[in-house]
Design a protein around this ligand. Structure first.
Ligand code: FES
Ligand code: FES
Length: 165
């Protein structure tokens, strides 16, 4: 059955079963592969996109329920990869394997849109639903603070760490 979706500012039509998770429509029909499948049961955050600006688990949203809400994926977060969260992520060298990172970035961007100057506790709470098997949590926390323009400890980039080893 065809459904019109608003994805990254464009109206697109997907002809899929209504119960299909939004994640599959994004990845397999619209070829937006930045959003990842992790658990499929709303437990890991790898599939996080924005739905009307709210960080949402696309693995657990049936396409039939999306309607005309605005869906933003990592591909649509900025036109040039220069969203403040993306810049901070690069500055801090956050990713390790990278698999969870699109979800992390989308959650961080939604957090900062709602709370531009979050406390450490608000960052920890806001990011707590996004799991990272590589354990990049300290760098994620630092990058969120940098994106918010908050003071951080002296940078320890992967390059600096490698040089120190
Ligand atoms: S894949 Fe959606 S929360 Fe894990
Ligand atoms: S960077 Fe590997 S799972 Fe997060």
């Amino acid at each position: 059955m065809p459904f019109n979706l608003n994805v990254n500012g464009k109206t697109v039509t997907v002809d899929v079963p209504g119960e299909m998770p939004l994640l599959w429509a994004l990845r397999d029909v619209l070829n937006l592969k930045g959003t990842k499948y992790g658990c499929g049961i709303a437990q890991c955050g790898a599939c996080t996109v924005h739905v009307d600006g709210v960080a949402s688990r696309s693995c657990s949203i049936p396409v039939s329920t999306v309607g005309n809400k605005k869906v933003t994926t990592i591909e649509g977060l900025s036109t040039d990869g220069r969203h403040p969260v993306q810049i901070a992520w690069q500055d801090v060298d956050v990713p390790q394997c990278g698999y969870c990172q699109a979800g992390q970035i989308m959650t961080a961007a939604a957090l900062l849109a709602k709370t531009p100057k979050p406390s450490d506790e608000q960052i920890s709470t806001g990011m707590s639903g996004n799991l990272c098997r590589c354990g990049t949590y300290v760098r994620i926390h630092e990058a969120v603070k940098r994106a918010a323009g908050l003071p951080t400890a002296p940078r320890t980039t992967q390059t600096a760490r490698a040089a120190a080893e």
